[in-house]
Design a protein around this ligand. Structure first.
Ligand SMILES: Nc1ncnc2c1ncn2[C@@H]1O[C@H](COP(=O)(O)OP(=O)(O)O)[C@@H](O)[C@H]1O
Ligand SMILES: [Mg+2]
Length: 723
């Protein structure tokens, strides 16, 4: 998208001075626009930042490291930069911004990772019970557990009332009544009856404890099954979704989606649903008892119900968005955290620890505030409800008391009311917490459902390729593609790669090289045009067999936390040890692997952290080689390593790619000069193509690049006496 067009002045200068001037001219040509400059605040915009998370992040760090800058925000979706100054520190930042951008765009090639984690549309609206129910319908708990759990809840609840009933019995006995049931078993004297009732109360307590354990266990089983099903299904679904979905999300967010959300639903099932159920059972028992004593009393206690019903509608509208907000900041926090933890090295290298710690503090505080707001709001609701209930009960007490006085009910009945009233109040006390769990679970369900309803657009074809029969002839035929419809990356792009041929793609960062590769592997589909492998449209091919026939090695090597052996064998888990070693040898990895303390059993650490970049790269080449693909793709596989390692990797690439189709993408032209054909890409188009010699003779973009890289300034006449 920028620079290194054939006319680019940056690369054609004859002397160092010329080149510096050319570079300056280039810096001037970078897109950077001042949007607004208020005192203490400046807004800029550069389209080079669009869609480039890492670049944006690094630029933000560089700007922030300047004295007098208070805060920097870069939106990689719009390319906007917002800089806040410390008081009295305003100054013109344009030259600094231009040079920083230039430096980051060109010198730190790996930094330009075109991944976006732009915020998706906000879901600042409430979730409903339907979301939760829909989700639970998809992942129903085990039927037996689901029947057992409420039954244990009821049993537990009943047991919970028995001690009180025994105590009421004691009051009755003390007041001169006798219990016929107790008399029948020989407990005739009041003393004996009191004792008998005491023992009964003790037994009821024990039974309550026992049923409580059963109840908890039953609900836990209900929760665990659904939670397990939800998280495994969501994970599997996310794995099958298009790269577009995955590219747009950060791993922290995905973790949140799969891990946190499913556990919120689980938590609700394990405790929230149980609590609600218990509360309902308690209310029914108490109201029924009161009803038996006096319908008027029961009505009085039921009086707050309509108010509660109306109130909860109102509250839902109010607290819903707060929970949505909370959910979002939780997601943002997870995104921030994983982003940073994955990049601690960069943070250290920019000595940005303090700043990042401060940002962390801010993000965490924001999350706290949002969580607090949501819980406060639901707590306020339950407080109000409790107030209504307490008032109703106070009325019921007065009513009950006057009934005793008027001899309409016995003192024992009144005692019963005295016991039951606080019981219901205590139960209501936990209402806010359950409501909170319910809201969290409903929002989590909404998020999960939204993901589950996403359907992959890249669907597998039906033609299965037999391993070993693929020749590897590739064709891109007038392909047009853009990640966003309004911003095309490739237009009418055609490229033919004969079977067993080798081609190289070169061109400026962002010119679309990796995009070509992603289309070949069908991470994305072009909007028009055709891509074929051995003459068959890749859309018709079985997706797995297509990808199995391509060995892909990129600059960002991803090693799994496990042994060296596991990582190589990942390419073909059924491979024998010998085959793994052969693959390692082909990738020149065998030597250093044997020098590791545990050899092939050595642990590579998270993302292969315990190995050097070159070692990781060679393991990834061995891994791809073991797959025995017909097509090899190396996307800047040597960009992140030193020259010596690059030579070694080049050798191993040459070895593994022999007799196969290979596509090499590299910045150092020396790496690719031997390719059968070199394609120079510029802004999504083929600017030049040919062999190394042909391109040098052609004296265009490639030859200019070549001279810059080899430092060759010999008089190739006419090649631009720029600037
Ligand atoms: N997942 C993506 N979403 C949106 N834009 C992207 C994505 N990946 C790459 N791009 C954009 O596509 C253009 C070409 O990128 P890419 O093919 O990676 O370039 P290269 O590999 O030549 O450096 C760039 O402008 C980049 O910002
Ligand atoms: Mg690339």
């Amino acid at each position: 998208m920028l620079t290194t067009r054939p006319s680019s002045p940056a690369i054609t200068g004859k002397t160092t001075r010329d080149r510096r001037m050319a570079a300056n001219a280039l810096v001037e040509r970078l897109h950077l626009r001042a949007c607004s400059q208020a005192p203490g605040r400046q807004r800029w915009e550069s389209r080079h930042l669009v869609g480039r998370t890492v670049l944006a992040k690094r630029l933000a760090m560089v700007i922030q490291s300047q004295d007098g800058i208070d805060d920097v925000k870069i939106n990689e979706r719009t390319g906007r930069i917002k800089i806040t100054f410390e008081p009295g520190e305003d100054r013109d930042l344009e030259p600094f911004l231009r040079y920083s951008l230039f430096y980051l765009l060109f010198d730190v090639r790996g930094a330009v990772n075109p991944r976006t984690d732009d915020r998706r549309e906000t879901t600042a609206q409430g979730a409903s019970a339907n979301d939760l129910l829909d989700l639970l319908k998809m992942f129903p708990p085990n039927k037996r557990d689901l029947t057992a759990a409420p039954l244990w809840s009821v049993a537990n609840n009943l047991m919970n009332f028995l001690p009180e009933l025994a105590l009421v019995g004691i009051v009755n006995v003390v007041n001169g009544s006798t219990f016929n049931a107790l008399s029948a078993i020989g407990l005739k004297s009041p003393r004996a009856q009191v004792l008998g009732l005491g023992v009964a109360a003790g037994a009821a307590f024990a039974a309550e404890l026992a049923t409580e354990r059963k109840r908890r266990r039953a609900w836990r089983k209900v929760a665990q099954k659904s939670q397990h099903d939800i998280r495994t299904a969501t994970y599997a679904h996310v794995q099958d979704l298009d790269m577009e979905f995955i590219d747009q999300r950060n791993s922290g967010e995905l973790y949140n989606l799969i891990g946190e959300n499913s556990s919120k639903v689980g938590k609700f099932l394990e405790t929230g649903a149980d609590d609600m159920f218990q509360r309902a059972v308690t209310a029914v028992i108490i109201v029924a008892t009161l009803g038996a004593v006096s319908p008027l009393l029961a009505l009085t206690t039921l009086a707050p119900l309509p108010i509660i019903a109306v109130g909860s509608r109102f509250v839902k509208d109010k607290t819903g968005p707060l929970y949505a907000q909370q959910q979002e900041s939780e997601s943002a926090f997870a995104r921030f955290l994983t982003n940073n933890l994955g990049d601690l090295g960069i943070i250290k290298s920019f000595t940005a620890e303090d700043r990042e710690a401060a940002r962390m503090q801010k993000a965490s505080a924001e999350l706290n505030t949002d969580t607090d707001n949501a819980i406060q709001s639901s707590a306020r609701y339950s407080d109000q409800m409790r107030l209504f209930i307490s008032v109703a009960f106070a009325v019921a007490m007065v009513l009950g008391g006057s009934m005793v006085a008027g001899k309409k009910i016995t003192p024992a009945m009144f005692t019963l009311i005295l016991f039951f009233v606080p019981k219901l109040l205590v139960r209501m006390e936990g209402m806010g917490e359950s409501y909170d769990q319910y809201q969290s679970a409903a929002h989590a369900s909404k998020g999960i459902l939204k993901t589950l309803r996403q359907k992959p657009t890249i669907v597998s074809g039906s033609e299965v390729l037999e391993p070993g029969t693929v020749k590897g002839a590739l064709l891109l035929d007038r392909v047009t593609f853009g990640y966003k419809p309004d911003r095309l990356i490739l237009r009418d792009f055609s490229l033919e790669i004969p079977a067993r041929g080798s081609i190289a793609l070169v061109g400026a960062t962002g010119s679309g090289k990796s995009t070509v590769v992603k289309l070949l592997m069908r991470f994305y589909d072009p909007s028009s045009g055709r891509i074929t492998l051995d003459g068959r449209n890749v859309r018709d091919l079985d997706l797995h067999s297509l990808r199995r026939s391509i060995g892909f090695v990129s600059q960002d090597v991803f090693l799994f936390d496990g042994s060296v052996y596991d990582n190589i064998a990942y390419g073909r888990p059924e491979a024998s040890f010998d085959e793994v070693v052969q693959a390692a040898k082909a990738a020149e990895a065998d030597g250093f692997i044997r020098e590791l303390t545990d050899g092939y059993r050595a642990q590579v650490g998270e993302r292969g952290r315990r190995l050097s970049g070159g070692q990781r790269q060679r393991i990834s080449i061995a891994r791809a080689f073991l797959k025995n693909p017909s097509v090899f793709i190396f996307d800047e596989a040597t960009s992140a390593v030193d020259n010596e390692t690059e030579m070694a990797i080049q050798r191993s690439i040459a070895r593994v790619a022999r007799d196969r189709t290979s596509i090499l993408i590299a910045h150092r032209l020396s790496t690719i000069r031997h390719a059968d054909r070199i394609i120079v890409m510029d802004d999504g188009r083929i600017a030049e193509s040919g062999t190394h010699e042909e391109l040098l003779r052609h004296n265009g973009l490639y030859s200019a690049l070549w001279r810059v890289q080899t430092g060759e300034t010999s008089a190739r006449s006419g090649s631009g006496t720029a600037a």
